[in-house]
Design a protein around this ligand. Structure first.
Ligand code: HPA
Length: 276
């Protein structure tokens, strides 16, 4: 067994010793959305700092624990606070939580994030269903392959499950929640982009830009987890709007649309679980 896999298994054993819960769906909550977990039917929590070998998030607006509970009758694990590459962790650490949630039993990864709108049509506060991605951060699969988890050269032709995307689209229609669709690009951050960089990512085909998610989705795809993701367009990317960007603005927008976002996530989780 490789050292990397051993470390992951140690985290898993730590979870097993402390929590008796098998989630079906794993949720990762982005900036400003972390309090979604406080509203579910909570059965257990596990602070990241109490898991041996687990990277602890330092980003503002991110709490740092797993919440286990039910959304309706669907058992879920929610990451309240994710680990970002820009915090200085190696990619292997950044995706360790995703791998751990798969080992816990989660079949689906549901990711959310706050992202900058690159597409000219987008408005602040929009939701965007991620239909594909561009990962400009290093691949989390670099280094010795964890053969126990997945293949060396995994296919990435459908990172975001078409079936799950269709369910979320149908759910949004039923709730009358407007939902955009597009390509998410992950840059490393932590700085926001320059106007020229935003122009570059638009030329590359991106509709929204952020600092997370794509690497997590690659790790999930590697393990055969079905993935679905929604971005909250918390601001228009630099150059789309001529105002300077701030984390406060990102947080403010995320907070403002959070009630609607939560509604969409809750209904989507329940509709996805019906199909598993
Ligand atoms: N750029 C990158 N990441 C982000 C942004 C942005 O404009 N907004 C929220 N996360």
């Amino acid at each position: 067994m490789s050292e990397r896999y051993e470390r992951l298994m140690k985290c898993y054993e730590c979870f097993k010793a402390k929590v008796d819960f098998t989630p079906k769906i794993a949720l990762i909550l982005g900036s400003g959305l972390g309090d979604y977990a406080d509203g579910i039917d909570i059965r257990a929590t596990l602070d990241y700092k109490n898991i041996e070998g687990f990277p602890v998030s330092t980003a503002p607006g991110h709490k740092g624990r797993f919440v286990f509970g039910y959304v309706g009758d669907v058992p879920v694990v929610v990451m309240q606070g994710r680990v970002h590459y820009y915090e200085g962790y190696p990619m292997e650490d950044v995706v360790l939580p995703v791998r751990l949630m798969k080992l816990m039993g989660a079949e689906v990864l549901f990711v959310t994030n706050a992202a900058g709108g690159v597409n000219w049509q987008f408005e602040c506060g929009d939701f965007m269903l991620i239909n594909d991605q561009i990962c400009m951060a290093p691949s989390p699969l670099i280094g010795e392959n964890l053969d126990e988890l997945g293949p060396r050269f995994p296919d990435m032709s459908e990172i975001y499950s078409k079936k799950l995307r269709d369910i979320v689209k149908k759910t949004a229609r039923e709730l009358d929640v407007p939902l955009r669709e597009g390509v998410y690009i992950q840059l490393t951050g932590p700085n926001y982009e320059s106007p020229s960089e935003v122009r570059m990512v638009r030329t590359l085909g991106a509709d929204a830009v952020g600092m997370s998610t794509a690497c997590e989705a690659i790790a999930a795809n590697h393990m055969g987890m079905k993935t679905v993701g929604i971005s909250c367009i918390s601001n228009l990317a630099c150059g789309v709007s001529n105002r300077p960007l701030s984390h406060a603005e990102v947080q403010e927008t995320a907070d403002r649309v959070a009630p609607l976002f939560k509604k969409l996530i809750t209904a989507s989780v329940q509709n996805i679980a019906k199909e598993l």
